[in-house]
Design a protein around this ligand. Structure first.
Ligand code: BGC
Length: 740
C-alpha cells in the first residue's frame, strides 16, 4: 500500500516541474492526487486530520439565522447549510443549497433569483429519462454558479397519499418510475462536480406530524416500495449523499435507525457516500453515530449539539469507536473526491444563462403536461379563435409553485405579492411567466378577457360571451403543509361549475401539487394537468393549449375519485397538535397507487399512466424473450394520426401463479417520438426486481417459476393494447437485484 502511494505521489509531482509554484505539493498531500481512487484519497485525507478537524466535518451549520442563533458568517447568505473545510489540507468547505427543482433560498431580505424546474411530479410525468437528466444538469449548473457544492436534491418518497404536501417534490407512486427518473435528475446535478442528496430516507410520506410520526410497515413490503425507489435512484445516480428523515420507522428515528442506515443502505446496497440528517432530525449522539448517521445537519435545529462536544466526549470515552468517527469522515471525503468537489472548487457569482435554462425548464414542463380529457377535440385551440375568457389562478401574471425549503425565487421577482402565508412554509410564489401573455402570443388576433375568478357569477358572465373559457385552478401545498382534502381549495369547484354551465367549451388548466378530485369533470370537455410548471410555465401551457407542442405527459400517480378510495380515508395525525406522537400503519405495504386500486377493484378518476395526445398511436407485434438472464419485451409503436407526437407505451406484468402484493406491476416503458405514419420498434428490458418478491430473512429477490402475463398498455386501468404470456424459470437475485 505504502509503495503504491509513493509511486502515485511521485507521478503526481511531475507536473510541478513545469507548473505554477502555488499548486499543492502532492508529496505532502497525496489525497490531492487525482490519479488515486476516491477510496484511497479519502483514507489518506482522514489519516492526515487531527481529531478536531475530523469532528468539524460531522457537525454542520444552518446557513441562515435560526431564532436567536445567528448564522455562521462563512455560510452563503440565506442558504441551507455549511460545513467548514480543512484549509490546512487543501479540502474545501461544503456549501449546501436546496433542492430538486432549482437553487432555493431560505427566507430573508436577499433571496437569490434562479430558474425553477416544473415540479418533480411534472418531470416524472414526462417518463423521459433524458429530460430528467437535462433538468438536473441545469439546476446543478446554477448551484455551482451560485457557489454551492452540495444540492439537497433527489426527493424520491413515494406518493402513498395524494394529500402529502411534498408530493410535488417527488416522482409519484411507482418505485420503478420514481427511482429511475430521480436517479437521472441526481446524475445530472452531480455532472457539475457537486454532491446531491437522495432524500428523505425513509417513509416520510406525509408532512402532518413529520417530526413525531412512527411509520410502521412490514420490512419486505418496504423493500419492494419506498426502499426500492431509493435503491434505484442511488444505483442510477451514484449519489454522494443520502438524507435521513424526521420520522421514526418501525419505532426508531430514521436518523438513528441501524436497520435503515447500517444494514440496508450501507451494507446491503453498498452505499459509500455519507448520510446527513434532515434539519432537526438528529436525536442522539451515540445511538445516531453508532447506528449510521455520518453528519448532523443544521445543528441549530436539534435539541442539543449531538455531534459537537458530546461526540468528542463519546469518542474519547469509547462509547463511539474512533473507527466509527473515522468512517463518518471518510465517507464525506469519499463523496467529495468521487464527485470532483475538491478538484473543481465552487465560487459564488458565476454566470448563468437564464434564457437557455428557462428553455430547459420549459421543455420539461411541456413534456410533463398531461392532457387528462379532450372531448370533441376542444384542444388544441385554433389560432383563429376570436374571444378567449381566462379565469382565475392569477393567470394574467404568472404560474404557481410549491412551498417550503425547495422554493426557488423567480428571476424578475414574484408575480403576485402579499399572498398568505407570507412566512414559512410560504411565501406563496407565482413565477412571472404569464399564461395570458403567452396565449395572446399564440393567438395575436384574439380578444382576451381576464377575470380573477373570485366571483363565480361574474366569471360565468365573462365566459358566456367568449368562444372558449380557460379556467386556471390552483392548489398551493408545500413542506409542512399537507392538503386538507382532495378538493380544490377556495371554492374553485363552484367557480368551474359556474363557468362550465355558461360556456360548453370550458377548458380547465390545473396548477396543483398532487392529485385533486374533480366533481365537475363531466361538465367540462377538456382538462390539462399543468402541475407546478416552473419558470417558463405560462409559455409551456400556451404552447400545449394551441398545439405548438403535442401533449405527451402521463400520470405518475393515480387520481382517486374520492378520499374513500384511499388506504386511509382520513389522514393520520393532528395538524393542530404537531407535538403529539402517533403512528401510521402502512398496512397496504407495497400495494401503493394503481396496485391498491387493482387489489381493491376500485375505479379511479384517472389511472396511473394516463395521458392523451393530439394524435393517435397503435401498438402491435408484442413479443417477449428471456436473454442473458433478463426479460426483454419488444413491440412496434405507430403514429396513426396526422400530427407528430410522443407515445409512452407501458409494459405491466402480472404473475399467473405467484402471489404479489397486487395483481400487476409496471415492468418498463419507453417514450417514443413519431412523425405521422411513422413506426418504431421498441425494446424494453425488465428490471428483474420487479418480477420478484423480497425475502427479508434471506435478503434475496425471489422470482417464482411459472407463467407471467405481460401487458402492453396505455395506462394502468387495464385496457391492454396486447398481452403475451412468458414462462420464467425460478431465479434468486441478491439484495441488489443481481443474479447469484
Ligand atoms: C427539509 C429538507 C431540506 C432541509 C434544508 C428540511 O426542512 O425537510 O428537505 O433539505 O430542510 O433546508
Amino acid at each position: 500500500m505504502r509503495i503504491r502511494i509513493m509511486i502515485a505521489a511521485i507521478a503526481a509531482c511531475l507536473p510541478l516541474l513545469t507548473h505554477a509554484a502555488d499548486a499543492p505539493a502532492p508529496a505532502q498531500k497525496p489525497w490531492l492526487d487525482s490519479s488515486l481512487n476516491p477510496d484511497q484519497r479519502a483514507k489518506l485525507a482522514v489519516q492526515a486530520m487531527t481529531q478536531e478537524e475530523k469532528l468539524s466535518w460531522v457537525f454542520a451549520w444552518f446557513g441562515n439565522d435560526f431564532g436567536p442563533k445567528k448564522k455562521t458568517p462563512a455560510a452563503l447568505a440565506q442558504s441551507a447549510g455549511y460545513i467548514p473545510g480543512t484549509a490546512r489540507l487543501g479540502i474545501p468547505a461544503l456549501f449546501e443549497t436546496d433542492a430538486g427543482l432549482g437553487v432555493a433560498s431560505q427566507a430573508g431580505p436577499q433571496v437569490r433569483e434562479r430558474t425553477q424546474l416544473p415540479s418533480g411530479l411534472a418531470t416524472a410525468s414526462t417518463w423521459d429519462t433524458k429530460l430528467a437528466y437535462a433538468g438536473g444538469a441545469m439546476i446543478g449548473a446554477e448551484a455551482r454558479a451560485s457557489g454551492f457544492n452540495v444540492m439537497l436534491a433527489g426527493g424520491v418518497n413515494l406518493l402513498r397519499d395524494a394529500r402529502n404536501g411534498r408530493n410535488f417534490e417527488y416522482a409519484g407512486e411507482d418505485p420503478l418510475l420514481a427511482g429511475t427518473m430521480v436517479g437521472q435528475t441526481v446524475k445530472g446535478i452531480e455532472s457539475n462536480h457537486i454532491v446531491s442528496t437522495v432524500k428523505h430516507y425513509a417513509m416520510n410520506d406525509q408532512e402532518t406530524g413529520r417530526f413525531v410520526v412512527d411509520s410502521r410497515i412490514d420490512k419486505a413490503a418496504m423493500r419492494m416500495s419506498d426502499l426500492l425507489a431509493m435503491q434505484l435512484a442511488l444505483e442510477g445516480s451514484d449519489a454522494g449523499s443520502v438524507m435521513c428523515s424526521y420520522n421514526r420507522v418501525n419505532g426508531v428515528y430514521a436518523c438513528e435507525n441501524d436497520y435503515l442506515l447500517n444494514e440496508v443502505l450501507k451494507k446491503d446496497w453498498g452505499f459509500k457516500g455519507f448520510v446527513m440528517s434532515d434539519w432537526g432530525a438528529t436525536h442522539s449522539t451515540e445511538m445516531a453515530a453508532n447506528n449510521g448517521l455520518d453528519q448532523e445537519s443544521g445543528h441549530e435545529f436539534d435539541k442539543m449539539d449531538y455531534f459537537g462536544p458530546a461526540l468528542a466526549e463519546a469518542v474519547k470515552a469509547g462509547r463511539v469507536p474512533q473507527a466509527r468517527l473515522d468512517d463518518m469522515v471518510t465517507r464525506i471525503m469519499y463523496a467529495m473526491f468521487a464527485k470532483g468537489v475538491v478538484e473543481h472548487p465552487v465560487r459564488e457569482g458565476g454566470a448563468i444563462d437564464f434564457a437557455a435554462h428557462g428553455a430547459v425548464s420549459r421543455q420539461d414542463a411541456e413534456d410533463g403536461m398531461v392532457l387528462l380529457k379532450n372531448d370533441r377535440n376542444v384542444l388544441p385551440l385554433a389560432k383563429t379563435v376570436r374571444t378567449i375568457a381566462i379565469i382565475g389562478g392569477h393567470a394574467d401574471v404568472g404560474v404557481l409553485s410549491g412551498g417550503g425549503s425547495s422554493q426557488v425565487y423567480p428571476v424578475g421577482g414574484m408575480a403576485v405579492k402579499g399572498l398568505e402565508p407570507k412566512i414559512w412554509p410560504g411565501p406563496v410564489v407565482y413565477h412571472p411567466s404569464s399564461p395570458l401573455r403567452a396565449i395572446q402570443a399564440q393567438a395575436p388576433n384574439a380578444k382576451i378577457v381576464f377575470d380573477d375568478g373570485t366571483d363565480p357569477a361574474r366569471a360565468a358572465r365573462v365566459a358566456k360571451s367568449a368562444d372558449v373559457a380557460l379556467v386556471f385552478a390552483t392548489q398551493w401545498v408545500g413542506e409542512a403543509n399537507d392538503a386538507v382534502s382532495l378538493a380544490l381549495p377556495d371554492k374553485q369547484d363552484a367557480l368551474i361549475d359556474a363557468v362550465a354551465a355558461a360556456n360548453n367549451s370550458t377548458v380547465v388548466v390545473l396548477e396543483n401539487g398532487s392529485p385533486v378530485a374533480m366533481p365537475w369533470l363531466n361538465k367540462t370537455p377538456a382538462v390539462l394537468e399543468a402541475w407546478y410548471p416552473g419558470t417558463s410555465g405560462g409559455e409551456a401551457i400556451a404552447r400545449v393549449l394551441f398545439g405548438a407542442v403535442n401533449p405527451s405527459g402521463h400520470l405518475p400517480a393515480t387520481f382517486p375519485a374520492s378520499e374513500q378510495q384511499l388506504p386511509r380515508p382520513k389522514l393520520d395525525g393532528d395538524r393542530k397538535n404537531e407535538e403529539k406522537a402517533f403512528a401510521v400503519d402502512y398496512s397496504e405495504g407495497a400495494a401503493i397507487g394503481y396496485k391498491w386500486f387493482d387489489l381493491k377493484g376500485l375505479k379511479p378518476l384517472f389511472p396511473f399512466g394516463h395521458g392523451m395526445s393530439y394524435t393517435t398511436f397503435s401498438y402491435a407485434g408484442l413479443g417477449a424473450k428471456v436473454q442473458d438472464g433478463k426479460l426483454h419485451v419488444r413491440f412496434k409503436v405507430t403514429n396513426t394520426g396526422k400530427l407528430a407526437g410522443k407515445a409512452v407505451p407501458q409494459v405491466y406484468v402480472s404473475p399467473l401463479a405467484a402471489k404479489w402484493e397486487a395483481p400487476k406491476r409496471l415492468a418498463g416503458w419507453d417514450k417514443v417520438a413519431l412523425q405521422p405514419g411513422e413506426s418504431k420498434e421498441v425494446e424494453v428490458t425488465v428490471e428483474p426486481r420487479v418480477l420478484g418478491m423480497f425475502d427479508e430473512s434471506a435478503k434475496t429477490w425471489n422470482i417464482a417459476k411459472g407463467q407471467y402475463k405481460l401487458m402492453l398498455a396505455k395506462d394502468a386501468a387495464g385496457v391492454d393494447a396486447a398481452s403475451v404470456t412468458v414462462d420464467l424459470p425460478a431465479q434468486v437475485l441478491d439484495v441488489r437485484g443481481r443474479a447469484r
